[in-house]
Design a protein around this ligand. Structure first.
Ligand SMILES: [Zn+2]
Length: 159
């Protein structure tokens, strides 16, 4: 193909639900054509490479495996939970409160906690800050809710 240009379209999704929805539509469209090259070009390779597109491609694969009966619903859900955590992390890193978000997420890692409430030192002002991570599967926009705020400088974040 002579006129083909490097992909420049960027994938715009405001939250993980939107990403999942787009991935599902792509996987369903792919099933009808046997996930051929043309489909991949139209639905995945059309986007310029980014961390979000990488997650999008993974999400399409999860749906693809599910639609083909290779994985069960529970396995798909757990894979999506991992993808959502990565997505949240990417979104926060891309945002302004980069270091604050990293510190909040690391605090959970250090305590070996998946959910609950932890304290950490604010990287901006070195005061105490608090982070809360909740399992919220019924929330329409995210299955994991993360909030953090600093008692000192008032920096806040949420997903
Ligand atoms: Zn602070």
């Amino acid at each position: 193909m002579k006129n083909q240009q490097a992909p420049s379209k960027s994938l715009r999704v405001s939250n993980f639900t939107a990403l999942k929805k787009a991935a599902y539509q792509a996987a369903v469209a792919g099933k009808q054509c046997g996930y051929n090259d043309e489909w991949k070009k139209q639905y995945i390779d059309c986007y310029s490479i980014s961390s979000v597109v990488f997650l999008f491609e993974r999400a399409v694969t999860v749906y693809q495996d599910f639609l083909q009966g290779d994985i069960q619903k529970e396995e798909g859900e757990s894979l999506f939970q991992q993808l959502e955590e990565k997505f949240t992390r990417i979104c926060m890193v891309l945002g302004s409160a980069h270091e604050f978000a990293e510190a909040a997420i690391e605090a959970f890692g250090e305590k070996g906690m998946q959910f609950g409430e932890v304290e950490f030192d604010c990287p901006d002002c070195f005061s105490k800050a608090k982070a809360i991570r909740l399992n919220t599967p019924k929330n329409p926009s995210h299955a994991v809710t993360i909030r953090a705020s600093c008692y000192g400088c008032g920096t806040r974040m949420m997903n």
